[in-house]
Design a protein around this ligand. Structure first.
Ligand code: BGC
Length: 346
């Protein structure tokens, strides 16, 4: 089989502009479909242990429902992923106020984050597309014009590689991630998926989901996935309403170099997804707020825990937590983030 990128139309935005869909196929027949609207990964087909393909990400069949409110299916999140306390921070002595869109807090870039932008797309050799977006000075309250790119590649080693970069003309916070919801069975819920996560610590949060600033050991808590556990096994102990994980883990890697982070295995199909990243953190989110009101691809109704996200990132609210690794990008420097999901079956 040949490694290819094919472009087709994905529909029109309200302002009349056209969104496209890029179909990436690798030499082994794996398929990823990505639209330049929000750089959303709309489909990802990977084989089970018998070679049978299933689509392992949640999403919609057409563009229209992506233009409505949805919980960030498959998109690139930015300018800053996750929550910023009350949408406020101070940088170089100057206070900034951001759009508030999640209770009292700023979430995933604000009212119109990078997930709702139409990106430029440039197909590259092999099964790859480079997406670029220029976020204007002041967008959602953020300072500086930010030039962002994300190159998405489906390699012949069955990896989906996401390489992000950004430059700015004024100091600004940047924390980009991808918000794909995975379900390696291709249906049902993820409670029986096994997860191994190489993290000794996590960042505790308030009821609003904002870090308290502490860094606590996972040892002896339901947060501990250093040996594989099924996702749902420790929900009763974990508590919370709705139940499930929505936590940032502190990874062992010192950043910059790719480090192995997580392995997810779905026992029935044998599908395995492994995750490597250069980022210092990962948000484990188990689709707790899905509630059966969204109908996705092929008529699937997304009930609670229909998918799980592993969002590689700097820690939430890092702009207000001096002890967390900094998310500030300055002119002349380049933000760089490399994350690889690889797929196999056992
Ligand atoms: C957040 C959740 C949020 C979800 C969908 C995750 O990254 O941590 O709290 O509900 O995204 O918006």
């Amino acid at each position: 089989m040949k490694t290819t990128v094919q472009k087709s139309s994905f529909g029109k935005l309200p302002d009349g502009s056209e969104a496209d869909l890029y179909t990436l196929t690798n030499a082994n027949g794996l398929i990823a479909k990505i639209t330049n609207y929000g750089t959303i990964i709309t489909e990802l087909h990977v084989p089970d242990r018998d070679g049978k393909l299933a689509d392992v990400v949640l999403g919609f069949d057409t563009l229209a429902p992506y233009l409505e409110r949805h919980p960030y299916f498959g998109c690139t999140v930015g300018r800053v992923a996750n929550r910023i306390y009350q949408g406020r921070f101070t940088l170089d002595g100057k206070p900034y106020t951001l759009a508030v869109n999640n209770g009292p807090n700023h979430l995933h870039g604000g009212l119109k984050g990078f997930d709702k932008a139409l990106w430029q797309a440039e197909p590259l050799a092999g099964a790859a597309v480079k997406f670029t977006y220029t976020s204007p000075d002041g967008e959602e309250g953020y300072p500086g014009t930010l030039r962002v790119s994300v190159t998405m590649t489906l390699t012949d080693a069955n990896e989906l590689r996401l390489e992000y970069s950004a430059t700015t003309d004024r100091p600004t916070p940047v924390n980009l991630t991808n918000h794909s919801y995975f379900n390696l069975a291709g249906e049902g819920d993820v409670l029986g998926h096994e997860l191994m996560l190489v993290a000794d610590h996590y960042t505790p949060k308030t009821a609003d989901g904002v870090p308290t600033g502490e860094i606590k050991p996972v040892e002896g808590t339901p947060m501990d996935f250093r040996t594989p556990q099924t996702i749902g096994a420790r929900f009763p102990e974990l508590g919370g309403e709705p139940p499930g994980y929505d936590h940032n883990y502190v990874l062992r890697g010192e950043g910059e170099r790719l480090a192995f982070v997580a392995r997810v295995r779905e026992p029935k199909s044998g599908r395995v997804m492994e995750l490597r990243t250069t980022e210092p953190g990962v948000q484990l989110y188990t689709g707790n707020f899905l509630n059966g009101t969204l109908t996705g691809k092929r008529g699937a109704v997304y009930q609670r825990h229909a998918g799980l996200c592993l969002e590689t990132q700097h820690f939430p609210d890092a702009v207000n937590q001096p002890k967390f690794p900094s998310v500030i990008l300055r002119p002349g420097k380049t933000y760089w983030h490399d994350t690889i999901f690889n797929f196999r079956a056992t």
